[in-house]
Design a protein around this ligand. Structure first.
Ligand SMILES: NC(=O)C1=CN([C@@H]2O[C@H](COP(=O)(O)OP(=O)(O)OC[C@H]3O[C@@H](n4cnc5c(N)ncnc54)[C@H](O)[C@@H]3O)[C@@H](O)[C@H]2O)C=CC1
Ligand SMILES: O=C(CO)COP(=O)(O)O
Length: 314
């Protein structure tokens, strides 16, 4: 059965490469001037197998199962524009963020635009380059329809890509979104020279924030301890392959960061800062990242803001 992948960024391209080993794959993007070379500049060094269909025509691309590998802040617009053609299919979001306009995650965006679609989320610790090279990777497939979840799990697992399934869509998508915010904080701590002990504190206190916010939004706490939460948090806070971590490094070191790079945690931090007071949850690390990303807080004051908070129980 053909799988369609929407968005030929690094992640969509990597998924196309791995899935093409077991099923026909079509990869859709707006502009693909690189298509004749079969090498996407977003994923350098990876040649796309000849049997992957590269197309800018959505009608050619769309199959029953569609992986939406677009950044979170453009997903809502894409769904709204193409809702009629997407509705009724299996729509699997791969985006790791909270939409700033609606303060909701990808599954709610899909539900709003395509109410007859089967909604699922694919998330967890995985760098596109690792997936494309066939390195072993384990991800979470979240879907609240049990039989669709099993069928998607089978369809999207490959010898090197092992999917676990869960019915907790909210928990899975929030784990993937919120870890990006904490990764920016971890990068900023390292970039500012605060050291690995500070990073460990940020990972731990950041994880507590992820659980607090996600459970307030209806997630199951154990989901946050899984691949899509803790697993991805650890990966993203400890690897310079992560764009969120590297963005944090640049903030911490006072350096510029390459414009146009997808840094999901920057917008998601702002969404989280807007959600926190409505839900009555305290999220100091995420709030600080929002302040840094918006330029409201200077890096030299960031540490004082965290350390001068009242002492409390863990
Ligand atoms: N790169 C990675 O290692 C991983 C990325 N993800 C997630 O996948 C999502 C996509 O990330 P990447 O592929 O890495 O980003 P990317 O920056 O490599 O590519 C984004 C793609 O989206 C396209 N795009 C932007 N606006 C668009 C619009 N309005 N309509 C259609 N296409 C549009 C761009 O042309 C580009 O091809 C993000 O939410 C990210 O968090 C998840 C796991 C791993
Ligand atoms: O989500 C990812 C790894 O699981 C990719 O992280 P970045 O978006 O920070 O590069």
């Amino acid at each position: 059965m053909t799988v369609s992948i929407i968005g030929a960024g690094a992640f969509g391209t990597a998924l196309a490469v791995t899935l093409s080993a077991k099923a026909p794959v079509s990869l859709w993007a707006r502009g693909m001037d690189w298509a004749p070379t079969r090498e996407n500049p977003r994923l350098p060094g990876v040649r796309l197998p000849d049997d992957i269909t590269l197309t800018g025509d959505l009608d050619v691309a769309l199959a029953e199962t569609v992986l939406l590998a677009l950044p979170a802040q453009v997903l809502g617009g894409f769904l709204a524009e193409h809702a009629a053609r997407l509705d009724g299919r299996n729509l699997v979001s791969c985006a790791k963020g909270i939409d700033l306009g609606t303060l909701t995650g990808p599954s709610a965006l899909i539900a709003a635009a395509c109410p007859a679609a089967t909604r699922a989320v694919l998330t967890g610790p995985s760098f596109a380059a690792d997936i494309a090279r066939g390195l072993p990777t384990a991800l979470t497939l979240a879907c609240d329809d049990a039989s669709a979840a099993e069928s998607l799990q089978r369809q999207l697992s490959t010898p090197s890509l092992r999917l676990y399934r869960t019915s907790d869509v909210t928990g899975a998508e929030l784990g993937g979104a919120l870890k990006n915010v904490i990764a920016i904080a971890a990068g900023a701590a390292i970039g500012a020279g605060y050291g690995d002990s500070a990073r460990a504190s940020i990972i731990t206190r950041g994880f507590a924030e992820m659980v607090r916010l996600a459970t307030a939004l209806g997630a199951r706490p154990e989901t946050l301890s899984g691949l899509s939460g803790l697993g991805d948090l650890v990966l993203t806070c400890t690897s310079e392959q992560s764009r969120n971590f590297r963005y944090g490094l640049a903030l911490g070191a006072g350096r510029d960061f390459a414009p146009g790079t997808t840094v999901e945690g920057a917008a998601t931090a702002r969404a989280v800062a807007a959600l926190a007071p409505r839900l009555g949850v305290e999220l100091p690390v995420s709030g600080l990242v929002a302040g840094l990303a918006e330029g409201r807080v200077a890096m030299e004051h960031a540490l004082d803001i965290l350390l001068n908070r009242p002492l409390k129980e863990e």
